[in-house]
Each structure stands twice: as C-alpha cells, then as structure tokens.
Design a protein around this ligand. Structure first.
Ligand code: TEU
Ligand code: CA
Length: 529
C-alpha cells in the first residue's frame, strides 16, 4: 500500500511552466511572473491544481536559468520577489500548489561563491567547488567537451558537468550543505509546496569512476538537503532500475517523494539527435513495466511525456500532421489514467508539436548549438541542421501559442525566440473552439481522473497482450473497475472482454467499447458487473 503522504500527492495534477516562454505581461518579449499570474484561472479551468515553475532565479542565462547566480532572488526579466510572493499567494488562494525548481548540483560561475572561490586556496569559499591542478579523469560535459575547465585566476581546473559557466558544487564541504539548506529553508518559508530537483544523481562524485553520477555519499546528501521534513520532491535522475528507485523513493528512506523515470521517452529515437521509427508499443511496454514494478514496491510514479528538455513526444512517435488531434488525445489516455502523479508540459493540452526551425540562427539552446558545431565537423551542414532540428530542446521552448495574432498572444513585442511556425493553426484559442479539441479532451480526462478514486489509488492491470497493436488496461478500486482502450497506428477490430457502460470519454465519439477502432482512437468506460 502506498504511504499516506504519497496517496495525497496522487491528487496533484501538475503543470510545468517554462517561464521564459509562457506569458509576457510587459511586451519585452520574455515571459514573466505577472504573465503566469494572468493565466492561473486558465490553468484551473483546465483542471490543474499544482504548478512546477522552471528556474526563475537570478541568472546570466547561459543555460536559461539553470545557471544560477543567486538562489534567493528573482531574475529581473521575470519580475521581483514581490511578484513571486504574489504568485505564491494567488496560487494558494485558488487551492493550488507551487513547486519550485531546485538546482543543487551547480551554480553559475557568476555566483559570488564561485567568484570568491577562484580567488585562491585560502578563502572561506575556496572549497565550494572542485579544484585540481591536473584533470583527475576525462569526464565529458553533458553539453560536449571536457568537463574540466582551466581557470586562469585560480590557476587550477574546475569541474562543470554542463556548460563551462555552470560549476559543480562540492558537497564534501559541509559549508556547501549548509548554504544549500539555507536555500531550501528560504523557499519553504516563502510557502512553496515542493521542489523539482535538477540532476540530483550528480551531487556526490567519485573521481575514480567512469561517470560523474551516483557517487558514494548521494543518499546522505539528499537526506541532509531535503529529508529533514516531509515535503513534496520529485528528482530528476538517471534511474533505470527499480532497485535504484527504491533506494531514493521508498517512504522510509526520507529522501525523494518520487523521481522522473525517462525510459519511455527513448521511443522514436536512436539517440538524442537521431530519429528511429517506433510504434506506440514501445511506450506501452515501458509504461507497463514501471506501473507493475512501482506498485510492487509501493513507490509513487510520475506520469509525463514532455518537458523543457524534450521535443514533444507526439512528434517522435505519433502523427503530428494529419492525425494530430487523435494522436495527442490517445497519448493522454495512455498516460494520464495510469497510477501516478501527472505532469503536463505547457502546450501539451493543445497537442503542440516540435517546432522545426530552418536555420541554425533560429536556435538559442546552448546544447543544440554546441551539438551543431560538433556535427558540422563530420557531416554536411544540412544534415547537421536536420539532426539538431529533430532533437533540439528548443522544440519545447518556443513561446506558448495562445492565439493566432502577431505575437501568438504571448507578447505584444518581439519574442526572445522564434514563434512556433504552426502557431496560426495550433493555439489555445482555436483549439478550444474546434470541433476536435485536444484542450477539451484534456479537461474531461483530468476531471474524470480527479473525481474517481479508482483513477487515483486504484490498482492497475494490463488486459491486452504483448503482441496486440493496442493497449487495454484497467484501474480497479473496491468494487469499481474502469477500462481504457487505446489503439495504436492502424485501424483494427478490438474486443473488450468485459460488459461496459457507455464510454465516459472517447476521442472520436464512439458509442461502444468493442468494435473497429480508427488509428489512435481511444475510449474509456466503467465496467458493469
Ligand atoms: O537536465 C539534466 C540532464 O541530464 C540533461 O542533460 C538533459 O538530459 C538534457 O537537457 C536533455 O537534452 C537538467 C535540466 O532539465 C536542463 O534544462 C539543464 O540544462 C540541466 O539540468 C543543467 O542544469
Ligand atoms: Ca516580460
């Protein structure tokens, strides 16, 4: 049985906001906190009751806010601490929760701690980071190149797991732990309800290992940082194995409430920048495995398909052109009626697709630009651009498309990054009015989920078999049972082995659960006894 605290988290329906691209309130082309406040009613109407806001702290923006130069102040472009307090207040007034993005592994090199640290070996901050005379290993940075950078001033190398301007903090130094506990306490005192924790697997290192993750003191550091009181935490971690998840998330560990498992997102690509043809089968089988294993170990699972680092799933494994509505809604039914905490990324509620940009100049993301230059060394520019266009994080970072006016309803000015090329076709305003509305489907689905205990705490069971080109699953609680049918890419006859009520929700208005299903058709009904 799930821990009582975790059962309460099942009731949270979390919406992820990338603040730079969500809503601009003052026409400078950059999304901001006031913009978020102006859309809270919109989110509530959709059925959202919690927000995760990507980093909005002071930052030079080399990695769009994941390079923090002050954890306890707000990025000027986003507003002020007063705006933040108002946002927290407005969220709570609506009975909603707010989750902040916590980035404990690294700071910006512009952070005063780093500025002090580089000055020499005998100041209070000298051991806040990892300094070496010689590179102790050949670790590579996630955004390419060596993870070690020479600093002239200090006359030593420092570690950066991401860009050269994101220096890794040294948790072996108890002062670092204390400084970061201060950050945690600061935000808890502001009233936030939880944290999404960036690359939590990296905060303990073993320099003799091949990789920079899962060091020997990881669990100790996690407990010191956030285990002091129960608080909602979702870790971003490279976990692929249930045993590893147990060590982080079992209720008696007092570490994380849950973590994002990324296995299912590997579908539709051979690697980050190389597409691969996959069926929804891949997604289904991955989800089934994690549903079963997390149930067996009483772990809280996260239900998500998109975020600010991923090109939308719909563009990788479904039909984002002709059957965009069907694909988006079918994917939602496959995912969000499973057991776990739903996370919906901005734009998913209107079936937003990958952006597809024509020129490398249109990209902003440091990872994409570095990768492009790297690819250009071994292949023609056009091919390099194709790869980056497929895998770029910018596919998820263009401004939210609110309507079909000049600035897509996001800004009255010039947006900081190009608008999505399809914004006149795909936007909130037209989707909500459309006959086939992804938005209204999401709204109905979230309401169904919220109002039936079965979809929250009910048991998951698979009905379809491995070879079936579709997914049938049930959720059962006390004497109530619901069945969910999601067809894959091709039309076929599906027979549901239960007597069912009329479907409570479908994406193509079907009236019975068994019969011929169109590509990406889905239906949800209560089983009658
Ligand atoms: O991402 C962590 C991470 O592991 C990345 O390498 C991720 O796999 C990559 O972005 C996918 O392209 C987190 C944040 O989500 C990301 O936005 C940050 O850039 C990164 O940490 C550094 O803070
Ligand atoms: Ca703005």
């Amino acid at each position: 049985m799930l821990d009582e605290r975790y059962r309460a988290y099942l009731r949270w329906t979390i919406y992820q906001i990338y603040p730079r691209s969500f809503m601009d309130s003052n026409g400078d082309g950059i999304g901001d906190l006031k913009g978020i406040i102006s859309k809270l009613d919109y989110l509530q109407e959709l059925g959202i009751n919690a927000l995760w806001i990507c980093p909005c702290y002071q930052s030079p923006n080399d990695d769009n806010g994941y390079d923090i130069s002050d954890y306890e102040s707000i990025m000027a472009e986003f507003g002020t601490m007063e705006d933040m307090e108002r946002l927290i207040g407005e969220i709570h007034r609506r009975g909603m929760k707010i989750i902040m993005d916590f980035v404990p592994n690294h700071t910006s090199t512009k952070h005063p701690w780093f500025q002090e640290s580089r000055k020499g070996k005998d100041n209070p901050y000298s051991d806040f980071y990892f300094w070496f005379d010689e590179k102790p290993n050949n670790w590579q940075a996630a955004f390419r190149g060596s993870a070690w950078e020479w600093d002239e001033m200090r006359g030593q190398y420092y570690l950066h797991s991401f860009t050269v301007s994101q220096a890794d903090l040294n948790y072996e130094n108890p002062d670092v732990v204390k400084a970061m506990q201060h950050v945690v306490d600061f935000w808890r005192e502001k009233g936030v309800d939880g944290f999404r924790i960036d690359v939590i697997d990296l905060i303990s290192k073993d320099f003799s290992k091949k990789r920079d993750d899962f060091g020997p003191r990881l669990h100790e550091f996690i407990r010191e940082l956030i285990g002091r009181e129960p608080f909602f935490t979702v870790g971003e971690s490279d976990v692929h194995d249930i045993g590893e998840m147990v060590r982080h998330c079992a209720a008696n560990r007092h570490e994380l409430s849950t973590l994002f498992v990324f296995d299912h997102l590997e579908c539709g690509r051979a690697d980050k920048f190389t597409p691969k043809k996959d069926s929804l089968k891949f997604l289904r089988d991955c989800l089934i495995r994690w549903q079963q294993e997390t149930a067996e170990h009483d772990l809280l699972y996260t239900l998500f398909s998109d975020n600010h680092d991923q090109p939308p799933l719909i563009s990788r494994i479904a039909d984002d052109a002709k059957l965009r509505y069907e694909s988006a809604t079918d994917l939602a039914a496959m995912l969000y009626l499973l057991k776990g905490v739903p996370f919906i990324y901005q734009g998913q509620e209107i079936g937003m697709t990958s952006a597809h940009l024509d020129s490398i100049d249109d990209f902003d993301d440091v990872e994409s630009i570095n990768a492009y230059h790297d690819f250009c060394r071994t292949m023609p520019e056009e091919e390099a651009l194709g790869k980056v266009d497929f895998g770029s994080r910018d596919n998820a970072r263009h401004p939210m498309c609110w309507d079909d006016t000049e600035g897509a309803g996001f800004t009255t000015g010039t947006p900081w990054i190009s608008l999505h090329p399809r914004y006149r076709e795909i936007n909130v305003k037209s989707d909500r009015k459309a006959d086939k509305s992804v938005w209204r489907f999401y709204q109905s689905l979230l309401s169904l989920r919220r109002n039936n205990e079965t979809f929250l705490d009910g048991d998951f069971d698979v009905i379809s078999s491995v070879d079936d080109p579709y997914f049938i699953y049930t959720r059962a609680w006390k004497d109530e049972k619901w069945v969910i049918v999601c067809n894959f890419e091709t039309e076929q006859e599906i027979s549901v082995p239960f007597d069912c009520e009329a479907p409570a929700l479908t994406n193509l208005k079907r009236t019975s659960m068994s019969g011929v299903y169109a590509p990406y058709e889905c239906a949800i009904a209560m089983v009658s006894d």
